[in-house]
Ligand binder design. Structure first.
Ligand SMILES: NC(=O)C1=CN([C@@H]2O[C@H](COP(=O)(O)OP(=O)(O)OC[C@H]3O[C@@H](n4cnc5c(N)ncnc54)[C@H](OP(=O)(O)O)[C@@H]3O)[C@@H](O)[C@H]2O)C=CC1
Ligand SMILES: O=C(O)CCC(=O)C(=O)O
Length: 479
């Protein structure tokens, strides 16, 4: 009998039965069995978080620091095991899985430090004899809803600041990958988190997520996922007057200019487009190339793409793991057909691959001769599929890069200080990368986009305080 991983509600592990978590590298392998919360259990979790808030919000900073720091240390000590769990449930390669786990440990460590750096401001009033204090207070119960593609990093970069600043939490991880979140919740509880402060409700978005959206007792929701669900979060939150923060899709461009170092350009685009199986909101799926370097760049990138080793996520030589599940695989292959029918040229990949196990393996796929009006250049695919668009010069490249409803990350590969500087200033993206991939961000600096990609304050780094706290301004007249 496989052990049931239960939900955590008010300090108790609860749940009678669950569903199997399947390995996308080998669908005959069950990663574990995880409970699915009901709407009633979700309401109990919210009530527990509400009841725990007064005490936790007034808890000492040393207690909060110690719990987050201990959690960071255990995650780091277990990075191999947790990296394997992550790779088995989501399909990214083991080095990518271990990297993501390490990032989670670093995030907990960062916010353990932030607890000790909480500060405010003291200002003179315009009225003589009156003082003004500006402080940050916790918001209350934070609802956290996360996607499947970063099963440990995204839950962590929402849970860690929420707890650090004195909030209580109800988290619903993606139904497809509950294992990594279960593991960090277990670690946090054993690190000493009081009951009710953090509640885990695994299960379906339509049940658990929807119940969170409808609850007046959830004071803020931090969401990462698709544009469609993000709009639901926004509408429901406005209805009950709560704070919300959305991180959604991307259609991130990488510009390659004539003066680019060819090797840097090819490696940067291959990584941005295909690593983590292209399942990153920061992935670059539009490659905008000026005509002087176009042909030799396309030739080199097609060769690099065709040479990428697709395989079981835990195999030593694998560079590209499987697609996460059948519905994402269908979306990817549908878009490959759309690209062909739109008249783009298939320069590499395009087929499913047999890697010896029953997994959702797909060749990294490169289209060339695409235009920015094609659906493969406008809609987020969320798989290992990229399209090259040829342009005349930097000005056309910049206009093409910005011609999208999204604005998460954007890259340029160039040796020109002039163009790099101009691009950093004029790109309509939240994160701009010069000679580095569009994906793979640091853990201690702000993360987020513009236009249709994001809504609300930035995540991560010290900027996380903007969402997870409320500013209070207090006036005191001297006696
Ligand atoms: N900008 C960013 O930072 C990122 C954006 N993304 C985007 O996320 C998408 C892929 O993730 P995916 O998980 O499929 O996105 P979804 O929006 O489908 O799911 C995200 C989360 O929302 C939940 N959810 C679904 N329906 C509801 C509902 N009615 N009420 C409340 N919650 C609900 C899901 O639950 P369930 O698991 O049951 O479906 C899941 O936990 C991609 O399009 C990608 O662009 C992904 C990562 C980062
Ligand atoms: O690129 C990264 O490091 C983070 C990307 C991300 O958060 C995402 O795709 O969900």
């Amino acid at each position: 009998m496989t052990e049931l991983h239960k939900n955590l509600i008010d300090g108790e592990w609860v749940g009678a039965d669950g569903v199997e978590n399947i390995n996308p590298s080998n669908i005959n392998e069950v990663v574990g069995v995880y409970a699915r919360a009901t709407a009633e259990e979700t309401k109990q979790a919210i009530a527990a978080a509400k009841a725990a808030f007064p005490a936790w919000s007034r808890s000492g900073i040393l207690e909060r620091h110690a719990i987050l720091s201990k959690t960071s240390q255990e995650i780091l000590a277990r990075k191999q095991e947790l990296g394997e769990l992550l790779s088995r449930e989501e399909g990214k390669t083991l080095p990518e899985g271990i990297g993501e786990v390490t990032r989670a440990a670093q995030i907990f460590d960062f916010f353990a430090g932030e607890v000790l750096r909480l500060s405010g401001e003291v200002l003179p009033s315009v009225r003589p004899g009156v003082g003004v204090e500006i402080t940050r207070e916790p918001v209350g119960v934070i609802g956290i809803i996360t996607p499947w593609n970063f099963p440990i990093a995204i839950p962590t970069w929402k849970i860690a600041p929420a707890l650090a600043y004195g909030n209580t939490v109800v988290i619903k991880p993606a139904d497809l990958v509950p294992g990594s979140t279960w593991a960090i919740v277990d670690i946090l509880v054993r690190a000493g988190l009081p009951k009710g402060v953090l509640n885990l409700v695994m299960g379906k978005g339509s049940v658990v997520g929807q119940t969170m959206l409808e609850s007046k007792d959830v004071n803020a929701i931090s969401f990462t996922g698709s544009v469609g669900t993000g709009k639901r979060v926004a509408a429901a939150s406005i209805e009950v007057g709560r704070k919300f923060q959305l991180e959604m899709g991307g259609k991130n461009p990488t510009i390659v200019l004539d003066d680019a170092d060819l090797k840097v350009a090819v490696e940067s685009v291959a990584q941005s487009a295909f690593f983590s199986t292209g399942q990153r909101c920061t992935a670059s799926s539009r490659v905008i190339v000026t005509e002087g370097i176009h042909d030799k760049f396309v030739e080199a990138l097609a060769a690099r793409t065709a040479g990428l080793r697709v395989g079981h996520a835990l195999e030593k030589d694998t560079e590209i793991g499987p697609v996460v599940d059948p519905s994402q695989l269908k979306q990817d292959t549908d878009y490959i057909e759309i690209g062909k029918s739109e008249g783009a040229r298939l320069a590499a990949g395009g087929e499913r691959v047999n890697c010896g196990t029953e997994g959702y393996f797909l060749q990294p796929t490169l289209f060339t001769e695409a235009t920015n009006s094609m659906r493969i250049a406008r809609e987020e695919i969320f798989g290992p599929v990229a399209a090259v668009i040829k342009v005349k010069d930097y000005e056309e490249a910049l206009a093409t890069a910005n011609d999208t409803e999204f604005g998460l990350s954007a890259g340029i590969v160039t040796t020109s200080l002039k163009y790099a500087t101009h691009f950093k200033r004029n790109s309509e993206a939240g994160m701009v990368m010069v000679n580095v991939p569009t994906a793979g961000v640091d853990f201690h600096v702000p993360f987020g986009g513009r236009k249709g990609s994001s809504y609300g304050p930035r995540e991560q780094g010290k900027y996380a305080a903007e969402f997870f706290t409320i500013v209070k301004t207090a006036y005191t007249a001297a006696g």
